[in-house]
Design a protein. Sequence first.
Length: 110
Amino acid sequence: MKIDIYKEGGLVIITLTGRLDISHVHNLEMVFYKQIEKSPSTIAFMMKDCTYIDSAAIVSFVRFKNITRKNRIDLVCYNLNENVKRIFKIAKMEKFITVLTEEEFLEKYT
């Protein structure tokens, strides 16, 4: 799992590459919490090259949503890989997290 961070103004984009499973969740959470401390207006996860997420990662995303809601920060996942999109759909993640295509994200946040 590779995690890259891009910041522009109040927008933070966290790009995930590879498999996000229980062995990488702690690192992702540490990256996320560091960004929360900076009070961005939006945190976006770009997941085009994230090929898999497991249940531990799903739990982290629900936790991220609760934290961002409390801190009045938008949380968005966009440009999901087809495998991850199916996992999000099975887990009904779109009920908790805004999921956008790349075009929708670019239109709304850039």
